[in-house]
Write a protein that binds this ligand. Structure first.
Ligand SMILES: [Fe+2]
Length: 345
């Protein structure tokens, strides 16, 4: 089991030879990150490596495009976050969309994983990842896709399919993370802590010794690593929203058009809403011109976090709490039947 440490202890462990990684970070190669130069893979990686990171990895959604931009930049580890909506998950009627990070893949390996994930063959994808020996982890196991209402009773069985589970995701609320951690601990899995950041602000979440990523990953699997506690707070959410607002009002109209094109969610209502917001900006409507634009920016800057607190943070806390309680009961029940069946010796 990884040891959980506080952020204030990181320096001490670095002195002992631990390296710091953020195993969950997005660059502008992700469809949901603003296409601005500061977030472009090469610029962001160079900036992070300059500012003292030993190693940088981008885990963009279902793409290896960041690595076309990065070439063979030293200190960079190839990563990706694969989305899979399982067509079938044993006999469960409502499996949820899952996110699996993979690393150290070749172009061909990525393309195979990507192709299988699109068919929804969850176990086929895992088999491929395992046989190619790609380091991988299950991200934020308790977070479903939009509008999904899964039956969470299969979560323990899913977690058991992995050797490493993301325990602390710094964009998710405390109870969600506690649920992930208890899942991992119930089966003695390795754990990580990562930012899942979309605005270029990684966290020093996972500390591990090793000279190469595979070596480090072996230690993480064995629980021979440290993870830094963290999660969504009002302050972290406020910082994110204000950074988004700042970026949004500085992004060029051409780049915004690209962003609008990428952001298709396949949910007609949501796409229409985003289109309205973005088109207003790209076409320079009177409302968003000049000083008025500054005013709108200022309003969003202050009101955005408050809206998000009500519409997002509170909801996430509530759902996280429900899943945590449900899972806690389930895991206790499992442990009980395990002991009763005489396997718990
Ligand atoms: Fe992510």
């Amino acid at each position: 089991m990884s040891k959980i440490i506080r952020a204030s202890e990181i320096g001490e462990y670095r002195d002992q030879g631990y390296k710091v990684i953020d195993p969950h970070l997005h660059s502008s190669a992700s469809y949901d990150v603003f296409p601005i130069p500061a977030l472009a893979p090469r610029n962001l990686a160079a900036k992070l490596l300059r500012s003292g990171w030993d190693m940088v990895t981008f885990t963009d959604h279902d793409t290896r495009a960041a690595y076309d931009d990065l070439g063979d930049l030293e200190g960079v580890v190839r990563g990706a976050e694969i989305t899979i909506r399982p067509k079938k998950l044993w006999d469960y009627a409502r499996p949820h969309t899952m996110h699996v990070n993979i690393w150290e893949y070749s172009d061909d390996e990525f393309d195979s994983v990507d192709a299988i994930s699109r068919t929804g063959d969850f176990f086929g994808m895992l088999d491929f990842i395992r046989s190619a020996k790609l380091p991988h982890q299950l991200n934020h196991p308790t977070i479903p896709g939009f509008f999904e209402r899964p039956d969470w009773s299969y979560l323990p069985a899913i977690a058991k399919e992995f050797e490493v589970v993301e325990a602390y995701n710094h964009r998710r609320s405390k109870k969600h993370n506690e649920a992930s951690l208890s899942l991992a601990n119930a089966f003695g899995l390795g754990t990580t802590s990562g930012s899942d950041n979309h605005i270029g602000l990684p966290v020093r979440g996972t500390l591990v010794k090793g000279d190469s990523f595979p070596e480090m990953w072996d230690r993480i699997k064995a629980g021979d690593s440290l993870i830094v506690q963290g999660g969504l707070t009002y302050d972290s959410m406020k910082q994110t929203i204000q950074e988004y607002v700042r970026h949004f009002f500085r992004i060029s109209p051409e780049d915004l058009k690209e962003y609008r094109f990428r952001l298709k969610s396949e949910r007609a209502r949501m796409d229409k809403f985003m289109d309205t917001v973005i088109t207003k900006k790209t076409e320079g409507s009177v409302l968003l011109r000049g000083y008025q634009s500054k005013l709108v920016e200022a309003v969003f800057h202050y009101v955005g976090p408050i809206i998000a607190e009500f519409a997002y943070v509170r909801k996430q806390n509530k759902i996280g709490e429900e899943i945590f309680t449900f899972l806690d009961g389930l895991l206790q029940e499992m442990e009980l039947s395990y002991v009763q069946s005489g396997q718990g010796e």
